[in-house]
Structure formats: structure tokens, C-alpha cells
Write a protein that binds this ligand. Structure first.
Ligand code: GLU
Length: 301
């Protein structure tokens, strides 16, 4: 087996919390256990919300946790041209279209649709599937927006994309928590998961002002960095269907995926970057030791 390559890929748009620490530690421990490499990637395509200060905080937190990675750190904001190129390939395949409905227009359309007893389909994150421009806009209005300076999203034509597939889409899903693996071979006891990208509808790949989206940049960079193994939170499990689809369309290698349980707050809620009590920085200043954090996370997530 070739040497496995892991990555930790936070977005520097806030402070890391215990959930990130869990992800980072799992990747670090896995790389150690399997004599692999660990890379660090800043997913900072949102250049307004991501800041150098947050990035510095992440580096500080990881170092405090005793996590080491191979330099250099990859910053997505420095690679917009590559995402544009990947988008270009999908455009050449005829799989991308400009979608002009604003969020408010989609919301209004869905509310009207649901005013009866019908429900409009939603993606795994709970967002309504794109109804299509024609559901809301007249041909004249659409032509106006095309001609004018209207904002738009570049969406994947999901139906057309699925027609490109030569065989059913799936991915390999394995165990994420190495504290439970007795030996290295346990790491490769996985199962095949059937991917369901259609559940996401016409996903956004880029916007007029931003040449990429999370889905597009994550597959481009996992390939660019030669990542073989992804360990990340269970909340991203459904998005893996989209990632597999984009990998096939862009002719990128298939990876092994492992999605870990989420670390929940005391009240059972998902941790968020605005929840300061569990930010690593505040735990650190309250003199909570790394050992305590590690033992809580790795034995009892
Ligand atoms: N940047 C994502 C996050 O901070 C992680 C994406 C991934 O691991 O694929 O949640």
C-alpha cells in the first residue's frame, strides 16, 4: 500500500473548538499509526470572513495540542485560478449553468409552494433544492438579468451530470477513531456506501464574484495534495456524494473516507464557532490541559 496522506482542512473564519480538535487529533494519530503524512489546508475561499488572525489562532491551537504537519500550509485563497480551470472543464462538458434566482426569491417560491399541504424537496443540509429560473422568472426578466449586471450562481446541472456516469457511484467508508483500532489492518475494514448526489439537486459550484465553492475546491485540493485518506466530521458525510460525483466528472482519484462522530455541547447541540466556552483558546486560557482534552475526545467523543 502506498503511504497514506491525511489532511486537516479548517476554515479560518473563527476559533477552533473541541470538535475541530477531535478531527485534527484523529488525523494526526492516524498518520502516526499508519506511518502516513499529515498536511494542513486553510479553506479560506470566503475572503471576507476568513482572516490571517484566525489562521494564526489555528496554528497556535494545533501546536498547543501537539499536532505537527508537513509544511507548507495550502491556502485555498491562493489557488482561485485552479478552481476556475476545474469549473471550465465542467462547463465544457455542458454541466454548468448560470442561476439567477436570489435567496429571497427561492424562499418566496418555496413558501408559496408549501402554502398548500405540499412540501418542497430539501437537500441533506435542509436547504430547498433549486427550483430553476423558469419557475419564478418570465423569459423577459431572465433575458434582462442575463444582459445586465445581475448576480448569479454557477450551478451543476445534476441531471446532466448523472447522465455522464458510466457506473453507479459509491465510496469507501472506514473507521475514523484509531483509539479503537488494535492494529493497522483494522483501519482498512470499511464498507462501500452508495452515493446519492441527486439528493443535493443543482449544487452551487461558484458565484459571479467567487470562482469556487466548498464542494469544488475540496475535490480539487484533495487531488492536488495527493490526499489518500480523509477523516472529517459526520456532518459532511452526505456531501461526500457530491465530492465523489465531481471527482468522476473531473477525472480525479478516488479517496478513502472516514467520518467521525461529532463532539456535542453539554446540551446535546452541535458546537459552533460562536460558542466561546468550547473554543480551544478559552480552554487553554482556563488552564485546561491537553491531556484532559485528549482523553475526553479520544475515549469518549
Ligand atoms: N473546511 C471544512 C470545515 O472546516 C472541512 C472540510 C473537509 O474536511 O472536507 O468544516
Amino acid at each position: 500500500m502506498t503511504q497514506p496522506v491525511f489532511r486537516f482542512a479548517p476554515s479560518p473564519n473563527g476559533k477552533l473548538h473541541l470538535g475541530h480538535a477531535f478531527s485534527a487529533l484523529l488525523n494526526f494519530r492516524a498518520a502516526e499509526a499508519l506511518s502516513g503524512r499529515l498536511l494542513l489546508r486553510m479553506e479560506d475561499i470566503d475572503v471576507v470572513r476568513c482572516t490571517p488572525d484566525y489562521e494564526a489562532g489555528i496554528v497556535e491551537d494545533l501546536t498547543w495540542l501537539g499536532i505537527g504537519w508537513e509544511e507548507p500550509i495550502l491556502r485555498q485563497s491562493e489557488h482561485f485560478d485552479d478552481y476556475r480551470a476545474a469549473l471550465g472543464k465542467l462547463e465544457e462538458l455542458g454541466l454548468v449553468y448560470r442561476a439567477f434566482l436570489t435567496r429571497a426569491e427561492i424562499k418566496r417560491y418555496v413558501a408559496e409552494f408549501e402554502a398548500g399541504s405540499r412540501t418542497w424537496p430539501r437537500d441533506p443540509d435542509g436547504a430547498p433544492l433549486y427550483p430553476g429560473d423558469a419557475a419564478v422568472l418570465s423569459e423577459t426578466e431572465l433575458a434582462e438579468r442575463r444582459k445586465g449586471d445581475a448576480a448569479y450562481a454557477l450551478r451543476l446541472d445534476m441531471k446532466a451530470a448523472l447522465r455522464e456516469l458510466k457506473k453507479p457511484l459509491s465510496w469507501w467508508e472506514g473507521p475514523a477513531d484509531c483509539s479503537k483500532a488494535k492494529n493497522a489492518s483494522d483501519w482498512y475494514l470499511g464498507r462501500e456506501v452508495v452515493a446519492d448526489p441527486a439528493a443535493w439537486g443543482d449544487v452551487v459550484l461558484a458565484r459571479k464574484e467567487t470562482p469556487t465553492s466548498y464542494h469544488l475546491s475540496v475535490v480539487v485540493d484533495d487531488a492536488r495534495q495527493g490526499i489518500t485518506d480523509v477523516i472529517r466530521g459526520r456532518d459532511i458525510f452526505p456531501a461526500t456524494s457530491v465530492h465523489r460525483l465531481l471527482q468522476v466528472l473531473l477525472d480525479l482519484p478516488e479517496l478513502r473516507y472516514r467520518h467521525h462522530e461529532l463532539v456535542l455541547a453539554e446540551d446535546g447541540q452541535k458546537l459552533s464557532k460562536s460558542n466561546f466556552d468550547t473554543s480551544l483558546q478559552s480552554l487553554r486560557s482556563a488552564s485546561v490541559s491537553v491531556q484532559i482534552i485528549e482523553s475526553r475526545l479520544l475515549k469518549n467523543p
